[in-house]
Design a protein around this ligand. Structure first.
Ligand SMILES: Cc1cc2nc3c(=O)[nH]c(=O)nc-3n(C[C@H](O)[C@H](O)[C@H](O)COP(=O)(O)O)c2cc1C
Length: 227
């Protein structure tokens, strides 16, 4: 093995950014990122992903539409299956809990401040102020395999962005309003809106962007045999 590579530095530098500057990102720059990300691998080379990129008025339109729905019914979930399995078990439950606690600690929002925590969570639906939002969709006939392929594409895109000094946050929060997003942006009825993503330049002074989430060591998830 060689010393730390540019790739290793890149993958370790990428984080989920949750506060952005209002500096615009050009369509040409985003096209370049997508042009790089399209080289992601996919089973059967299906390349099943579709991407809807919004800035300016359409971005605001989708924010407004989702806000109106949340105001009418804050707990509605338009997605037929949850972002996580019900009654998440260990060790996943604790990992999720720890991330939440670390994030709210970084933000200085205590556990009792439920309204403030909710308010922060709702910033998802403003792309954390990022000037660009992306939505990733799949044809609804696709199965779990193609969902994984879409994930690979999204990771490639996030790394391409990091490489160009741009920041991202994948946002499955939008899943809960997938139908509203689809209707507002005129996304085809046979497409399923899986995930959103905020994209822009990171606000490096924002406390939330100092959060560095942990990872379990290789021993915890990999088994080796025959070496
Ligand atoms: C597919 C996907 C969906 C995510 N959805 C959200 C989300 O809705 N809101 C959010 O704040 N973070 C979201 N995240 C960010 C994760 O919490 C984050 O990736 C994880 O805690 C690891 O931290 P890091 O990305 O900073 O390394 C999502 C990440 C992925 C990969």
């Amino acid at each position: 093995m060689t010393d730390t590579s540019d790739f290793e530095r890149l993958i370790r530098a990428r984080i989920s950014t949750r506060a952005f500057l209002d500096t615009a990102v050009s369509e040409a720059d985003i096209r370049d990122l997508l042009d790089t990300a399209r080289w992601a691998a996919s089973g059967g080379n299906l390349q099943p992903w579709k991407v809807y990129v919004v800035a300016g008025e359409p971005r605001q339109r989708v924010i407004n539409a989702v806000r109106a729905k949340i105001e009418a019914n804050p707990f509605e979930d338009e997605n037929e299956f949850g972002a996580y399995p019900p009654k998440l078990w260990e060790p996943y439950r604790s990992r999720r809990f720890e991330l939440g606690e670390e994030m709210y600690q970084t933000l200085g929002i205590p556990r009792e401040a439920k309204a403030e925590r909710l308010g922060w969570m709702l910033k998802n639906f403003e792309f954390f102020d990022a000037p660009v939002g992306l939505f990733f969709t799949l044809d609804e006939r696709m199965n779990a395999n193609q969902w994984a392929h879409l994930g690979m594409f999204m990771m490639a895109l996030m790394l391409a962005a990091e490489d160009k000094g741009l920041a991202t946050c994948a946002q499955e929060a939008w899943m809960t309003r997938c139908k509203t997003v689809g209707e507002t942006l005129g996304i085809g009825e046979n497409e399923r809106v899986y995930c959103g993503m905020a994209l822009g330049y990171a606000d490096k002074d924002a406390a939330v962007n100092t959060l560095r989430s942990s990872r379990v060591p290789v021993e915890d998830f990999a088994a080796f045999d025959g070496f």
